[in-house]
Design a protein around this ligand. Structure first.
Ligand SMILES: NC(=O)c1ccc[n+]([C@@H]2O[C@H](COP(=O)([O-])OP(=O)(O)OC[C@H]3O[C@@H](n4cnc5c(N)ncnc54)[C@H](O)[C@@H]3O)[C@@H](O)[C@H]2O)c1
Ligand SMILES: O=C(O)C(=O)C[C@@H](O)[C@H](O)[C@H](O)COP(=O)(O)O
Ligand SMILES: [Zn+2]
Length: 353
């Protein structure tokens, strides 16, 4: 069974969730004379299958794995290959992998000839529920996470649940952090599902995981359908990310994104509660659910000055004013602008170890 979740807007497309989906690719790249298939080593076999299913000649481009591939140097290597192979505006880029590869593939597509079609074939939980949906593409630079990129919606998104069978357990867990984020900002039924069956939530064969994937994609699809370029509503998807991205930068991108977001969720919940907006029970639920599934909930207490300075280049900041996504209640996100340093430090005390 294939589930189609529509993303609307100026450039509508579908997110397909199911099994054995490579056969859906040709219709998404119709008219292309060739495709470039970007992948990293762990996905070599799957990339080969996708390339064969494309129905047109495929240029396989291997990139470094995980965040090591999400750099401007790797993007430049890909541009050179597209140039050497005469890629034109009717050709297409396909990313086979987790969020790192699809963010890179999307950015290569967004920048090549000022924008060609692309299709993420998402292979990680995090990629399916988040990175592949919504058209945010980009790379990391020394100054911070995802600071260079473009909004460039894909032609369609393929989420083949079979891929999750080979995804390492820690990466499944990382994806669960974004699923749980969606539960807090928009769909609390997600929280109930995870709390009632934490094992099913990370079991690729379980209907619970499939339901979580579809629910989280629906949350994201609804948001990006009305606010592709993050001029307002889309900011809610950044819940937990202001501190999360700062941790990733401080760890030189060796921490998994989802793990950093989990710690960031604890911080965001603390800010929500300490600023008088979120009640104690909803605040406590963050730590309880993240601990229950085994995600990290703490970080070094000595890191605060580094984290504070990294947060100043967060995309939600406006001039010197830091802005955080917080919760007023479950599924009611809002913005906390310019909190004073004392409040930030009190919130960080809940994370510090
Ligand atoms: N564009 C967006 O809107 C958006 C949203 C959320 C996250 N992101 C980005 O996504 C990235 C994180 O994505 P991620 O968690 O998928 O990490 P990742 O892409 O680094 O993948 C994690 C690891 O799992 C491996 N892997 C992926 N699928 C596999 C499979 N099926 N079998 C075996 N191994 C597999 C990868 O090769 C990698 O080693 C971050 O860079 C984050 O910033 C982007
Ligand atoms: O899609 C969005 O918008 C998000 O904020 C989703 C996040 O989970 C994701 O990590 C995104 O890449 C963060 O984007 P950034 O603009 O804060 O770099
Ligand atoms: Zn994220």
């Amino acid at each position: 069974m294939v589930t189609r979740i529509q993303v609307s807007g100026d450039r509508p497309y579908d997110v397909l969730v199911g099994r054995d989906l490579a056969g859906e690719l040709p219709s998404l790249i119709e008219g292309a004379a060739q495709v470039a298939v970007l992948f990293s080593a762990p996905l070599r076999d799957r990339a080969q299958l996708v390339a064969e299913a494309a129905g047109v000649p495929a240029l396989l481009i291997e990139v470094p794995d995980a965040e090591r591939g999400k750099t401007i140097e790797v993007a430049a290597m890909c541009w050179d290959k597209l140039g050497a192979n005469n890629f034109t505006r009717t050709d297409a880029v396909v990313g086979v992998g987790g969020g790192a590869v699809t963010d890179l593939a999307g950015y290569v597509a967004a920048s090549w000839l000022r924008g060609v079609r692309w299709v993420p074939c998402s292979t990680s939980l995090l990629g399916m529920v988040d990175a592949a949906v919504g058209g945010k593409t980009g790379v990391n630079i020394a100054a911070g996470k995802n600071l260079v990129g473009a909004f460039h919606p894909p032609a369609g998104v393929l989420c083949d649940l079979d891929a999750l069978r080979t995804l390492p357990a820690d990466d499944l867990l990382a994806g669960l952090a974004e699923v749980i984020k969606c539960g807090f900002i928009a769909d609390p039924a997600i929280l109930d599902l995870v709390e009632n069956d934490p094992a099913g939530a990370v079991d690729p064969e379980s209907p619970v995981l499939r339901e979580l994937v579809e629910r989280a994609i629906r949350v994201k699809a609804e948001v990006v359908s009305v606010d592709l370029k993050e001029s307002g509503l889309r900011e809610i998807l950044n819940y937990g990310h202001t501190l999360g991205h700062a941790i990733e930068k401080r760890e030189q991108y060796t921490w998994k994104h989802g793990h950093a977001v989990a710690v960031g969720l604890i911080f965001a919940a603390a800010l929500s509660h300490l600023s008088g907006r979120l009640d104690a029970a909803a605040h406590a639920r963050h730590r309880a659910i993240l601990r229950q599934v085994g995600l990290p909930v703490s970080y070094s207490k000595d890191a605060w000055p580094d984290l504070l300075s990294a947060m100043r280049v967060d995309k939600k900041a406006r001039a010197a004013t830091l802005r955080f996504v917080v919760l007023d209640e479950l599924a009611k996100p809002g913005i906390l602008a310019g909190p004073d340093d004392a409040l930030l430090e009190r919130a960080y005390a809940e994370v510090a170890r």
